[in-house]
Design a protein around this ligand. Structure first.
Ligand SMILES: *[C@@H]1O[C@H](CO)[C@@H](O)[C@H](O)[C@H]1NC(C)=O
Ligand SMILES: *[C@@H]1O[C@H](CO)[C@@H](O)[C@H](O)[C@H]1NC(C)=O
Ligand SMILES: *[C@@H]1O[C@H](CO)[C@@H](O)[C@H](O)[C@H]1NC(C)=O
Ligand SMILES: *[C@@H]1O[C@H](CO)[C@@H](O)[C@H](O)[C@H]1NC(C)=O
Ligand SMILES: *[C@@H]1O[C@H](CO)[C@@H](O)[C@H](O)[C@H]1NC(C)=O
Ligand SMILES: *[C@@H]1O[C@H](CO)[C@@H](O)[C@H](O)[C@H]1NC(C)=O
Ligand SMILES: *[C@@H]1O[C@H](CO)[C@@H](O)[C@H](O)[C@H]1NC(C)=O
Ligand SMILES: *[C@@H]1O[C@H](CO)[C@@H](O)[C@H](O)[C@H]1NC(C)=O
Ligand SMILES: *[C@@H]1O[C@H](CO)[C@@H](O)[C@H](O)[C@H]1NC(C)=O
Ligand SMILES: [Zn+2]
Length: 639
């Protein structure tokens, strides 16, 4: 039904002559409020911006959008800096293409996967639909030159199949999955046939006639659903088809892939190409770890990773002609991480007024998204948060800590009281902090925010009647054996490898944020001192302060790093009732997210031998999931 609605009301509109009015899309009513977006558009403040450097080949890159097509809607710093939505980005790309034409250079647009999982426009769909189905249609409204598949496209077979059937065909042969297959049953024979998810590789010519050879590579992901196969990139490079694909020398190789540009397997791919073409330029567009990063693999290659959540637009430019002619000359390239907002887009286009950015197509995309958001009730307000709550900007002891709120308010209010059969029995609730993905901002907590802050759907299980003296030991043990500590025993390393293979990367993003916050002393302080003389309006606000392995400054905006505070991997709510009245041998119910049940069982069997705990004993405590936590809490406490 939504499909029809969308096609009729939105897609058709976008395909129609852009100058036409928008029948069916009411300008005044039924649209998501964008007041925060417009209210925070600054008038000036461009003195903190760094200009783009153009080359004869220029690439705009996106990755890990995770459903954030409507942009960041909150007023809390640095959110307004990422308030540009997919319509604004579409306008930016249109202008850039025109500018490139005028300059007589190439402009390519590349995406590295993970289109959904993380915001309402992808995940907040009505019943009986498929995650990402509609948001993918918005993605398709910007013409990309190259795309590659991400791990989030492959966790669930039905989502993968929908992407394969409905999104890949919209990408005119430029959706590349060199190492990913999907198997589909033949309706006649019932036998499964394996299909390459997109194209294995593509060769094409740019507008200016440059010959390009492209691959699309997913990192060695192991968390995929049945029916999906992923070949390790280091094995892929030994395939005969690859040798054939790279044999002919193009003007440059353009590689897109859901794989971090540093510390992963890109070097295997580069080496395979280098064995045949020692000096042909290679431009790599990675993703997956959600960071801003740039690196070089040798003198003629560069790799760029453009962050996450439509916060960052990557820009990589190179002068291929001059690099080649100057014998022995290295690839001459430049990279910029653009904060995704209208002011910065306008600045980079040399527009004097932000409103000159808008194109008919961009405005239509914005309106069509608002229509979907409204039809899906994404603007529905569960309650008003009294203040900001930060995931990792403040210590967990702070009353502005999201984990503190979760531990001491949300879990006790929503979960501890949710099982009438166990009423009066003391309990506590264990959760992994990784279940939380984003800050809560003061003000309206909407259905859209539900998918942003706590997107996962872990159920709550419990073990009955556990002696307090043992129950008490679970949390410390979980945090000790917990994620990604610095101790590097073999077992530990092995476990970390497995978690990475399944797609867990939040710890890498957080380590990156931490390094920026700690680096505040040096470069940023220098910037700040230099800027001290400026007017208040021109003082840096919070944002990313990127250090990578490429020359010069990467961020397009001078920022002060967002503070960072380490948080525990697991948390527990207080024991309900009067716990000081409980003896060590008194029993409590141990409630936990299903995700950690087997760890909890194994800890309990380690700390005592009186009772043999099994995962089968961990049964449902209620019918809620982690996605219901804040909506229920907000309705109760923030109404
Ligand atoms: C960036 O965020 C700061 C803090 O919220 C705000 O003052 C500034 O106007 C924002 N810049 C843009 C371009 O949105
Ligand atoms: C992927 O599909 C292609 C095309 O059907 C097939 O040739 C190839 O063997 C498959 N690869 C795997 C690993 O299944
Ligand atoms: C075909 O693949 C689907 C999806 O993975 C799987 O559920 C099914 O069991 C397979 N059927 C056969 C006959 O292998
Ligand atoms: C050229 O690249 C090589 C290898 O990356 C590097 O060692 C060298 O310093 C570079 N030369 C210049 C002039 O940047
Ligand atoms: C490319 O060359 C032009 C002209 O010399 C120069 O202005 C520009 O900065 C160069 N771009 C890069 C990415 O090196
Ligand atoms: C949106 O909310 C309205 C009113 O509560 C309800 O009738 C409708 O079914 C909801 N739609 C979706 C997609 O949840
Ligand atoms: C939160 O903590 C701050 C600083 O410790 C304190 O000033 C403030 O009153 C606290 N707010 C609440 C609501 O407890
Ligand atoms: C909790 O229990 C302790 C020990 O039995 C008792 O001293 C205390 O008064 C109780 N507190 C409350 C709030 O009931
Ligand atoms: C505990 O129970 C499980 C499942 O019933 C069984 O496989 C295991 O052998 C038992 N362990 C002990 C130490 O009794
Ligand atoms: Zn990913």
């Amino acid at each position: 039904m939504l499909r029809r609605l969308f096609t009729a009301a939105a897609a058709a509109l976008l395909l129609a002559a852009p100058a036409l009015a928008c029948p069916g899309l009411d300008h005044e009513h039924g649209l998501a409020p964008r007041s925060s977006r417009y209210a925070t558009q600054p008038s000036g403040g461009t003195s903190l911006l760094r200009r783009l450097t153009w080359g004869d080949v220029n690439v705009v890159s996106t990755t890990d959008i995770h459903g954030w097509y409507q942009g960041h809607l909150k007023a809390t710093q640095p959110e307004p800096n990422y308030s540009g939505d997919w319509g604004d980005f579409a306008s930016f790309v249109s202008h850039l293409r025109a500018l490139a034409k005028k300059k007589g250079v190439d402009l390519l647009v590349v995406d590295s996967g993970d289109l959904h999982d993380g915001a309402g426009l992808s995940d907040g769909f009505p019943p009986n639909q498929v995650d990402g189905h509609v948001s993918n249609q918005f993605h398709a409204m910007i013409k990309y030159d190259l795309l590659s598949v991400g791990n989030h496209e492959l966790y669930k077979y039905n989502v993968a199949l929908d992407t394969y059937r409905n999104f890949v065909p919209t990408q005119h042969g430029r959706y590349i999955s060199s190492n990913v297959n999907i198997s589909i049953a033949d309706p006649q024979t019932g036998k499964n046939a394996s299909h390459i998810f997109g194209k294995q590789y593509v060769k094409f010519r740019t507008e200016r006639g440059r010959r390009v050879t492209s691959l699309g590579v997913l990192y060695n992901f192991k968390g995929q659903d049945g029916g999906i196969t992923i070949q390790d990139p280091k094995d892929m490079v030994k395939e005969a088809w690859l040798a054939e694909a790279i044999k002919e020398e193009p003007d440059f190789f353009l590689l897109a892939g859901h794989m971090p540009v540093s510390r992963d397997e890109w070097p295997y791919v580069i080496d395979a190409i280098r064995a045949v073409h020692p000096r042909t330029p290679i431009l790599v567009f990675g993703g997956h770890t959600h960071i801003r990063d740039c690196t070089t693999y040798d003198a003629h290659s560069a790799g760029l990773e453009a962050g996450r959540y439509l916060e960052t637009i990557g820009w990589l430019s190179a002068n291929l002609s001059s690099s080649k002619s100057a014998s022995g000359g290295n690839l001459s390239f430049s990279r910029t991480y653009i904060d995704a907002n209208r002011r910065n887009y306008a600045f980079h286009l040399g527009l004097t007024d932000v409103h000159q950015l808008d194109t008919a197509k961009g405005k239509h995309i914005t309106k069509a998204m608002a229509k979907v958001a409204s039809d899906w009730n994404l603007t529905h307000v569960y309650g008003k948060a009294p203040q900001d709550y930060y995931l990792d900007r403040v210590p967990i002891t702070s009353n502005s800590s999201l984990l503190n709120l979760l531990e001491n308010q949300v879990l006790p209010t929503v979960i501890s009281t949710s099982n009438p059969d166990r009423k009066g029995k003391p309990n506590f609730v264990l959760a992994n902090s990784g279940a939380q993905r984003f800050d809560i901002s003061a003000g309206d907590f909407t259905k859209n925010d539900q998918y942003i802050v706590s997107p996962f759907t872990d159920a709550f299980l419990y073990l009955k009647d556990v002696q307090l003296q043992y129950a008490r030991q679970i949390l410390p043990a979980l945090n000790k054996q917990g994620a990604y500590s610095k101790r590097q025993s073999d077992a530990k390393l092995n476990e970390e490898r497995q978690r990475y293979a399944r797609g867990e990367v939040e710890h890498i993003y957080r380590a990156w944020r931490q390094s920026q916050a700690e680096g505040l002393g040096e470069a940023a302080a220098r910037d700040l001192a230099e800027l001290d003389a400026r007017a208040d309006a021109d003082k840096p606000t919070l944002g990313y302060v990127t250090k990578d392995s490429c020359p010069g400054q990467g961020d397009d905006t001078v920022h002060t790093a967002i503070p960072y505070s380490r948080t525990p991997d697991y948390i527990a709510s207080p024991i309900t009732g009067n716990s000081t009245a409980l003896a060590d041998t008194d029993t409590v119910d141990v409630v936990m997210v299903d995700f950690i049940a087997s760890s909890v069982v194994s800890i309990l069997n380690k700390v005592q031998k009186e009772r043999n705990f099994t995962t089968a004993e961990a049964v449902a405590y209620n019918t809620l999931t982690t996605q219901d936590l804040y909506p229920v809490y907000a309705e109760k406490k923030w109404a």
